[in-house]
Design a protein around this ligand. Structure first.
Ligand SMILES: NC(=O)C1=CN([C@@H]2O[C@H](COP(=O)(O)OP(=O)(O)OC[C@H]3O[C@@H](n4cnc5c(N)ncnc54)[C@H](OP(=O)(O)O)[C@@H]3O)[C@@H](O)[C@H]2O)C=CC1
Ligand SMILES: O=C(O)[C@H](O)COP(=O)(O)O
Length: 503
């Protein structure tokens, strides 16, 4: 059960505490934030509404703890991360349970998210030891006009305080995908979890606490992003922001100071289907890609661009699979569960109604009960419909029929988003040419878009993001380069003659 046993100390009555200075604390605000269960629309949990003073205190502690942490040997940093990963995986049940309750993630996917997060932490520890354990050595005479009188040593050093802000849909995995790289690189970490997902994150933070990380190095500040977010992202103590979410990230990028930003934002991942594609493979990937976690994935298939000649067959195959999707409570591992909030459900409904008014073909009746929306495939969608361009972040997949590959690529590239895309064809040469032409951070060939496995580089172009994720790229993004130059009195060439005579 969440908040019990090993995790009892993180709960104060019915309100979860926030984490600072190595302790679980109650905010002086005396206020809490309710977390609404998407399926029941009732308050499931409560977390502290932290104050700006508490943010200031956390930032000061993060700054001082980071100085000591930067002097901690790499192998020791890695050792602590491995311990946190083990504790996380050994105690996955309460985190999985809170994912089910606060974001309506199906029970099996909730467990998978926690295990995947433990694996990411461990992989990051190993990768960090490797890439941070070596630097670069340059010689001056490799540049024209120079003798070998300068030895240049470079290494990667920490940035300082990293602010991590993950989204509701993978609150644990997208938190650790920021926390682990930050820590192995020698930074301190302030986490502001999504309101819906906060309790799962607090349990995850407790695993780092139990692993024995130094006091003040990791903090978790809870509270509504709309209330405490700007104070956090514009705080002068912050040396790097790693954010995943919607267009909130765009406004943050305009407010943040002169600091490195890692932004993973929305997507409108296109699925381009050519005439020679394996249509059974296409159908199963549209189902997996478009409806997993009720379409609430940035990498979900968000528009199908299918050649007219095979469109009828693709639509029929997908319709047959949609009919087999189960709809209901996350506790029962339903394929389709309630979307995260009433406002999200209303937004999705708006896109569906717009498509209806403009003449889209409804392959199923539109059905909604509260935040629960039944899976919907829309055929004959046209570019004048909002759903051709906007991100529903729900279980609705639009199909646009195209008459040429160029038409598909042009639609994909006309989007403000550029996260991922996928193309289905048996012609690998054509697949490569199409992949190169798609203005997205990643293209999957013959499979649905996906961020995982988590060591793959993952980046969004255009309004989909700044910088790149994936373990190695995240570690590198959370460091800066330090150069030391040794200047010799005379040129020195190893294995050269005349050593003594020149001194
Ligand atoms: N590219 C990617 O990897 C991903 C992209 N997304 C995108 O995010 C959206 C859905 O996720 P969602 O969580 O609703 O996104 P939001 O942008 O609403 O929230 C993301 C995070 O930002 C916080 N936040 C909100 N306002 C501020 C602020 N002013 N300053 C600082 N932080 C703030 C939220 O906290 P709070 O919850 O308290 O508001 C949450 O922790 C979709 O557009 C989806 O495509 C989602 C997941 C992954
Ligand atoms: O934010 C998201 O939606 C995740 O990055 C998607 O991860 P996945 O593609 O591995 O499910």
């Amino acid at each position: 059960m969440a908040g019990t046993g090993l995790f009892a100390e993180i709960l104060d009555g019915e309100v979860y505490k926030y984490y600072a200075d190595g302790e679980w604390k109650t905010s002086s605000s005396g206020k809490s934030v309710a977390i609404i269960n998407p399926a029941t629309r009732k308050t499931q949990y409560k977390v502290q509404a932290c104050t700006q003073e508490e943010v200031n205190a956390v930032m000061e502690l993060a700054k001082s703890a980071q100085k000591a942490w930067a002097k901690t040997p790499l192998w020791k940093r890695a050792e602590l991360l491995h311990k946190a990963a083990a504790i996380l995986k050994d105690n996955k049940a309460p985190m999985a349970e809170s994912l089910v309750k606060e974001i309506a993630k199906p029970a099996k996917d909730s467990v998978t998210e926690v295990v995947r997060s433990g694996d990411l932490i461990s992989y990051c520890a190993e990768e960090g030891v490797r890439i941070l354990g070596e630097g670069k050595f340059l010689l001056s005479d490799s540049f024209p006009g120079n003798d070998r009188t300068k030895y240049c040593l470079t290494s990667k050093i920490p940035l300082g305080v990293v602010l991590a802000i993950p989204p509701f849909n993978y609150p644990v995995n997208l938190a650790v995908s920021k926390i682990a790289p930050a820590l192995i690189a020698g930074n301190s970490l302030v986490l502001k979890p999504p309101t819906q997902g906060a309790v799962s994150c607090l349990h995850m933070v407790h695993c780092f606490h139990l692993a024995g990380f130094p006091k003040g190095l990791i903090s978790c500040i809870t509270g509504k992003g709309s209330e405490i977010g700007d104070f956090l992202t514009m705080h002068p103590a912050v040396n790097c922001i790693s954010f995943t979410g919607g267009d909130t990230g765009i406004s943050i990028s305009k407010k943040a100071g002169m600091i490195p930003l890692q932004m993973e934002l929305g997507g409108k991942d296109a699925c381009i289907v050519l005439e020679d594609a394996d249509l059974d493979l296409v159908a199963s990937n549209i189902i997996k890609g478009g409806f997993s976690y009720s379409g609430q994935r940035c990498t979900a298939v968000k528009v199908v661009l299918v050649m007219e000649s095979v469109a009828d067959e693709v639509v029929e195959k997908v319709k047959a699979k949609v009919a087999k999707l189960t709809v209901g409570p996350p506790e029962e591992n339903s394929d389709i569960t309630a979307v995260v909030s009433e406002s999200s459900a209303n937004f999705i409904e708006g896109l569906v109604m717009d498509a209806k008014e403009k003449g889209a073909t409804f392959c199923q009746e539109y059905k909604r009960e509260g935040n629960l929306i039944w899976p919907l495939l829309l055929d004959n969608v046209r570019p004048d419909m909002r759903i051709a361009w906007e991100e529903p972040f729900g279980p609705v997949v639009p199909v646009l029929r195209i008459n040429s590959v160029e038409e598909g690529i042009n639609h994909c590239n006309a989007s403000n988003f550029g996260l991922q895309g996928c193309v289905f064809t048996k012609d690998i040469n054509k697949a490569i040419l199409i992949s190169d032409a798609m203005e997205t951070g990643t293209v999957q060939i013959n499979s649905a878009p996906a961020r995982g496995p988590d060591h793959f580089p993952f980046q969004g172009l255009k309004d989909s993001g700044i910088g790149s994720q994936g373990v190695t790229n995240s570690i590198n993004l959370m460091t800066k380069v330090k150069t030391t130059v040794i200047n010799l009195p005379t040129p020195s060439y190893s294995m050269g003659d005349g050593f003594i005579s020149r001194l």
